[in-house]
Ligand binder design. Sequence first.
Ligand SMILES: NC(=O)c1ccc[n+]([C@@H]2O[C@H](COP(=O)([O-])OP(=O)(O)OC[C@H]3O[C@@H](n4cnc5c(N)ncnc54)[C@H](OP(=O)(O)O)[C@@H]3O)[C@@H](O)[C@H]2O)c1
Length: 337
Amino acid sequence: MDPAAEKKRMCVTGAGGFIASWLVKLLLSKGYIVHGTVRDPSDPKNAHLKELHPTATDNLKLFKVDLLDYESVASAIAGCEGVFHVASPVPSTRVPNPEAKVIEPAVTGTLNVLKACSEAKVKRVVVVSSIVAVVMSPDAKGKILDESAWSDAEYCRKTEFEIKEGTTNKDAGDGLEVFKLGLCNKREAMNYGEKHGLDVVSVCPSYVIGPLLQPTVNASSLFLINILNGTHSSMENRLFYLVDVRDVADALFLVYEKPEASGRHSCAPYEVKMPDLIDMLRSLYPNYKYPEKFTEAKSYRLRSEKLEKLGLRYRTMKESLIDTVECYRNAGLMDSA
Ligand SMILES: NC(=O)c1ccc[n+]([C@@H]2O[C@H](COP(=O)([O-])OP(=O)(O)OC[C@H]3O[C@@H](n4cnc5c(N)ncnc54)[C@H](OP(=O)(O)O)[C@@H]3O)[C@@H](O)[C@H]2O)c1
């Protein structure tokens, strides 16, 4: 346990989610008292939180919070030294009324968190964004981008189903389009820190894989589960960027604790062409039904060493894939093999 962390309080929004669960576990292991926000503390999908660490019984306080209810957000943040804003709707299927269900919580929810942080005078706020907020612009493909690039909200709105070759489910694609738009709009929310003198830093992960702590399946895990379960007969032959959820949790804590961290941080260590990813999975797990056809597509490229310069060491992709697939198998999420 880190003695300096003893009795300090940290707030994690959306504590029951995929990334947040790993972050809560990390913070508890470092001795922090964690204020975890969940929409429904009695929902069985959040039951794992109290099992994350031996100190969870005493040191994890769950708050019933909806991002659009400012008072509930403020009550969870009060008394905290730092805040990790992880909660955001991440749909994997089409969402009716996306403005209200996705964009509003992503944008207004983030502003509510930042306003409550200003009022509570927290030391630093770490916002989870996404590389989607970096790469979605008309001229991104063929370019090398880092976190100085911003996605274009209008382009996101217009883009017709970006991952159409990557899935057989058109509705899932529509859900992701709306998600991207919500992320682009987070730029406005990120400006809040500058305007109000609040120390805000962000981490922009790529597709997050890794073992699940929560009992439900989140959207990015579903992507890999669908590949292994043979949902895709054909996929795009382009670069994909992946990261392990445990490394994302480490990155979030690192940018919190390093005073020299500032602005956005791309967190996308595994750069891999889809056919190479499939070959690697096939060599490790030969018995699944993998896509056989790949359609040519242009890729953007990402380059960033900001997190490594701060001291982050990533797991290897092979280790991450093995731990991920073993978790899916143990959880009964695989159809066969
Ligand atoms: N996974 C990825 O590949 C990936 C990549 C880049 C960025 N991100 C970002 O990482 C963050 C976490 O993603 P995740 O993959 O961990 O997703 P997740 O497992 O679906 O977690 C999302 C969390 O947000 C909460 N939430 C959604 N709407 C809310 C609202 N209106 N009020 C309060 N809480 C709300 C959810 O609570 P409920 O359980 O109550 O719905 C859930 O706990 C998101 O900000 C996402 O944009 C994820």
